[in-house]
Design a protein around this ligand. Structure first.
Ligand code: UD1
Length: 343
């Protein structure tokens, strides 16, 4: 069974990918420092799979700690690198923290992978590398632009580092997946997004408001050049996104990949914030308390993916509608309430 190291494997997308890897016949090994994740994610994974998954509690910026994991684990066939900070606003306040962690962990990981002759890497990138795109939908050939935040810049810089390494005579092969907006949760409702404190992202804010934890959702601006004036995003079910990592690993292990490849992972559908709110209401039957507020600084007015490349080369398919995805996010929120009530 091929062993796949999953950094950030206790996090939101990481935990879902660990489950999909096992279901596809891989043996994932988690590396996580739990800076923005919780042990309960490991319990959720174990409850879904009926067994626990090995987890090393280390910081990926440490080559020493990584070396130790690679030594202990022996034959690692590939690495999926999720571990990174992801709060856009915080990255503006504390840029160094973001560069040190997000760029530092990739550098440490690549060094140790080279030392141990591990040549297959899937990297978590983001549609943020496209900045404010001139054309929609964005393809992988849409020009990468100056990032809007230090967070976005770390993704862009990591892509550049990986591209430079690919152009050298390194044996490393990389697939960088550019995620659009991952939302939703596993159908079992045993794992999902666990935002610490007040959520920055739309869907956890919606589910927490519907659950009475937050008073009201503020929609950030309704004066954009879109059909209803609110921003457009491409919301992709986290399980579909997790599956994209499995097919990316498969492609790397079967030696079909070029030295570096980039793929958009979204649904190909643009959805406004108001449409997202209404999809949540329709799917769950819960009326949401929301108001229109002012624009949020740094927001991209509209972005959604052209997913032709991922569909044709990776065989990537989305399987859930927006309403199904919203319902899964709500079921996860209800599960969280239940576990808190029983604790
Ligand atoms: C951004 C990045 C994404 C990154 C993510 C990390 C872009 C296009 N996307 O996602 O690459 O991985 O941050 O956090 O730069 N909204 C509200 N009210 C709220 C919260 C959000 O109206 O309370 C709106 C936003 O204005 C936006 C949409 O909902 O239009 C989605 O916002 P959010 O979930 O924060 O994700 P992005 O900002 O798109």
């Amino acid at each position: 069974m091929n062993k796949i190291l999953v950094t950030g494997g206790a996090g939101y997308i990481g935990s879902h990918t660990v489950v999909e890897l096992v279901e596809a016949g891989y043996e994932p090994v988690i590396v996580d420092n739990f800076s923005n994740s919780q042990e309960s994610a490991l319990e959720g994974i174990a409850a879904i799979l009926g067994r626990s998954i090995t987890c090393h509690r280390i910081d990926c910026t440490s080559t020493y700690a990584l070396r130790d994991v690679f030594k202990k684990e022996g034959d690692i066939a590939g690495v999926i690198h999720f571990a990174a900070y992801k709060a856009v606003g915080e990255s503006v306040e504390e840029p160094l923290k973001y560069y040190q962690n997000n760029v530092g962990s990739l550098m440490a990981l690549m060094q140790v992978m080279e030392e141990f002759g591990v040549n297959n890497l899937v990297f978590s990138s983001s549609c943020t590398v496209y900045g404010i795109p001139a054309e929609l939908p964005v393809t992988e050939l849409t020009p990468v632009q100056k990032a809007n935040s230090p967070y976005g810049n770390t993704k862009k810089m990591c892509e550049e580092i990986l591209t430079d390494v690919a152009a050298s005579d390194s044996s490393l092969k990389t697939i960088a997946l550019r995620y659009f907006n991952p939302i939703g949760a596993h159908p079992s409702a045993k794992i999902g997004e666990l935002p610490l404190g007040v959520p920055n992202n739309l869907v956890p804010f919606i589910t927490q408001t519907a659950a009475g934890i937050r008073e009201q959702v503020t929609i950030f601006g309704n004066d954009y050049d879109t059909p209803d004036g609110t921003c457009i995003r491409d919301y992709v079910h986290v399980v579909d996104l997790a599956k994209a990592h499995v097919v990316a690993i498969e492609r790397l292990l079967s030696n079909k990949a070029e030295s570096i490849e980039f793929f958009n992972v979204g649904t190909g559908r643009g959805t406004t914030v108001l449409e997202a709110v209404h999809a949540f209401e329709k799917a769950t039957g819960v009326k949401l308390n929301y108001k229109i507020g002012s624009r949020r600084a740094g927001d991209v007015p509209k972005i959604y993916a052209d997913v032709t490349k991922a569909t044709e080369i990776l065989g990537f398919r989305t399987t859930s509608t927006l309403e199904e995805t919203m319902l899964s996010a709500w079921n996860w929120q209800l599960h969280l309430q239940e576990s808190t009530a029983n604790a």
